[in-house]
Design a protein around this ligand. Structure first.
Ligand SMILES: *Cc1c(COP(=O)(O)O)cnc(C)c1O
Length: 410
């Protein structure tokens, strides 16, 4: 394998033209699309139009004239095919953290009289913190179980009130078998919420086919929705009628503009809304998701696995003696669209790579992460990034960052 071979792979890649849909800075190799997706070229002009024309000229009438009022549903319907859901099952609202709270609180409040809440040790912190907050809110009626990844199925039984799992682990990229765990939970009549933040737009997802009833996810990672873009909630069609929201705002009322004195939930998925949606960010979400237009998710997955396999192979070949240990599963089917390596100087190495124009990130305590966004990363980018990493190690340029206190954002 050499750089010319990578160029040949790029010429043969059916997704190569998609890179043109993004506005990417010159001279930067961007391996953080799993943290903040790149800017879709169409987004900036449209946001400008929303601000100057729809807000500036249309004012309050834009709620209807520019369809602002229907944007949460419209954005949800655009996301649905990427996660194997149907129209009317996905709605965009609030943040992933808040949506986790909304769903989990409702399922615990209205669920069976059971005691245990199961999640995974090493889950994304916000997921665990939200559950800890709920245990406190429900006055310790529930007990939180942090299961080891390998023992999750065994931790779920007839005393489990709720399971909350993240499909792809943010540190290692390890991916759960969502179909099998969901079937196991349903056999014990336990509701399970899946967090798709590191999955949507990058790995195969078939929520309807796998019998998934509840999910949330983030739109600013592989879906390119922009910084702080609102998140989504998925409820399977079958569970929408019985779902009872506990955060009951006016946007989920059965008769919102009747301004009734008391709350009544609407029948549709809009019952998951709470308050006024962030229109500027929602419009950006439409552009982020539109970057997948005409794209087969199978091609995305194939390219993701090709790129991450290439990265693993090149690091094995060229950097093994520098102490990088693969933290991600080696088999592509068990991995999300990222490759992580453990290294004792992971933080300093990630800063030195940035100084060399390669954007990766660091996750405590020792993980150097490469996010693989298949819509805009090329095989030559992987080659060049590994080249840069070889340079960082050979010249020991990471030493300049080793003593400094870490940045507030890593
Ligand atoms: C990124 C991410 C989130 C983000 O939550 P916010 O509320 O948007 O900050 C939540 N869960 C997981 C698993 C994530 O990877």
């Amino acid at each position: 394998m050499d750089r010319a071979a990578c160029e040949r792979l790029d010429r043969a890649c059916p997704l190569a033209p998609l890179r043109e849909r993004f506005s990417l800075p010159e001279g930067v190799l961007y391996f953080n699309g799993n943290s903040l997706g790149a800017l879709p070229k169409t987004a900036a002009a449209d946001i400008d139009r929303v601000v100057r024309e729809e807000w500036g000229q249309g004012l309050v009438e834009s709620w209807l004239d520019a369809d602002w009022f229907f944007l949460p549903r419209k954005a949800g319907d655009a996301i649905a095919p990427l996660i194997g859901a149907s129209a009317g099952e996905v709605i965009v609202a609030d943040s992933t953290s808040v949506n986790l709270f909304k769903l989990a609180a409702s399922l615990l409040r209205h669920g069976k009289r059971r005691r245990r809440i199961v999640t995974e040790r090493g889950n994304f912190p916000t997921d665990v913190y939200i559950l800890e907050g709920l245990v406190d809110l429900f006055d310790e009626r529930f007990e939180l179980v942090l299961a080891e990844p390998a023992t999750i199925a065994g931790s779920i039984d007839d005393d489990t009130a709720l399971v909350l799992l993240t499909h792809v682990n943010f540190r290692t990229g390890a991916m759960h078998d969502m179909a099998a765990i969901t079937a196991h939970c349903r056999a014990h009549r336990v509701p399970v919420i899946w967090d798709l933040s590191h999955s949507a737009g990058a790995v195969p997802l078939a929520l309807n086919r796998w019998g998934v009833e509840y999910a949330v996810g983030c739109t600013y990672k592989f879906l390119n929705g922009g910084p702080g873009a609102p998140a989504y909630i998925y409820l399977a069609r079958d569970v929408i009628p019985a779902h009872r929201p506990v955060v009951t705002g006016w946007f989920s009322h059965a008769n919102q503009f009747g301004f009734e004195d008391s709350y009544r939930p609407t029948d549709s998925l809009e019952k998951c809304l709470v308050g006024t949606p962030p229109i500027l960010s929602l419009r950006a979400v439409l552009h982020g998701v539109a970057c997948f237009a005409g794209v087969e998710i199978d091609d995305v997955v194939r390219k993701s696995r090709g790129l991450s396999g290439l990265l693993i192979r090149l690091v094995d070949e060229r950097l093994a003696r520098h102490g990088f240990v693969l933290a991600s599963p080696r088999e592509p089917e068990g991995r999300g669209s990222q490759v992580s390596f453990r290294h004792p100087e992971g933080y300093a190495v990630s800063r030195a790579l940035r100084a060399a124009g390669v954007v990766t990130d660091f996750r405590s305590p020792d993980i150097l992460r490469f996010g693989i966004a298949p819509l805009y990363i090329r095989h030559v980018d992987v080659w060049d990034a590994v080249d840069a990493l070889v340079q960082v190690m050979a010249t020991e340029s990471w030493r300049a960052y080793a003593a400094a206190p870490p940045d507030p954002v890593t």
